[in-house]
Design a binder for this molecule. Structure first.
Ligand code: SAM
Length: 266
């Protein structure tokens, strides 16, 4: 098994994870439909606020609400490729959707490092949305678009076989058992990701929470829509194109390991 953690034996009970996932699958659908995020209120700098409110940023921040404290409406967004129709890359370039980019530094870095590819980031955290929008504008990036809203609602609107890559870096770990249903990686939610990925498309996640790492392996290895190029039960080596994220740095500071997972759509 490869990962970037120190060489220690895992204490995770994978049989218990399997039981918890079975229990979740048997929970009535209305109780499984629950947000994977919790809106956090944090300080916002003036330039972030400006990027959230000023119409001059609408080329990057595509569903600006014009107000603060409002969850973005994604109901009209049903084609992410069309967002790049007038850009240098055009709409046919490889397209990555990043779910939950946080403060956005790693997504910004990826978009800067791969100018021939298109990137869309979706978040609910306004300081991050404002920050990445402002910085993408400063850098003159035209291969990056930002959406405010719930990624699940967005995925439901997108066509089949639309995306080349979906990335989910350091998703909220929802550590308590009663919160496991909020984890982004569940069979239901990952079926939505699989539907929108092209055949051969990639799902890439990373976490610093060991239980969630093994939980993700259990979910993804059991789905017929995906295969694990590293072999069932194996994590991936951290690819060099994935920059360090803010939450990853925080985890490392607390002595956590880091686990990458890569799956390809069948
Ligand atoms: C733990 S943070 C990680 C942020 C960033 N990826 C990093 O590594 O620094 C997880 C982020 O996912 C966002 N998030 C969770 N569920 C989401 C959803 N359904 N749609 C959009 N964003 C979501 C949260 O708002 C939060 O900012």
């Amino acid at each position: 098994m490869t990962n970037s953690t120190p060489d220690t034996k895992s204490t995770i009970d994978t049989a218990a994870i399997s039981t918890q996932l079975d229990k979740l699958a048997q929970t009535p659908e209305q109780f499984r439909k629950i947000n994977t995020f919790m809106k956090r209120r944090t300080h916002m700098s003036q330039y972030c606020e400006q990027a959230l409110l000023d119409a001059r940023y609408h080329g990057i921040y595509v569903n600006a609400t014009g107000k603060l404290g409002v969850l973005g409406d994604v109901s009209q967004i049903n084609d992410l490729r069309a967002l790049f129709a007038d850009s240098a890359n055009g709409s046919a370039a490889p397209l990555t959707l990043e779910i939950g980019f946080g403060m956005g530094d790693s997504l910004l870095e990826m978009a800067k490092n791969a100018p021939e590819q298109n990137f869309v980031g979706i978040e609910v955290h306004e300081p991050g949305i404002g920050r990445i929008t402002f910085l993408a504008d400063e850098l003159g990036l035209d291969n990056l678009k930002i959406i405010n809203g719930d990624a699940i609602a967005l995925l439901d609107n997108l066509p089949n076989d639309h995306l080349d890559t979906v990335q989910l870096y350091f998703p909220d770990p929802w550590q308590k058992k009663r919160h496991y249903k909020r984890r982004f990686v569940t069979h239901d939610r990952m079926a939505k990701v699989a539907r929108t990925l092209k055949n051969g498309g990639k799902f890439h996640s990373a976490t610093d929470w060991e239980h969630y790492a093994f939980w993700m392996l259990e979910v993804l290895d059991s789905m017929s829509e995906f295969h694990n190029p590293n072999g069932k039960g194996n994590f991936a080596d951290r690819p060099d194109y994935r920059p360090l994220t803010k939450f990853e740095q925080r985890g490392i500071t607390h002595g956590h390991g880091v686990w990458d997972l890569i799956y390809l759509k069948n």
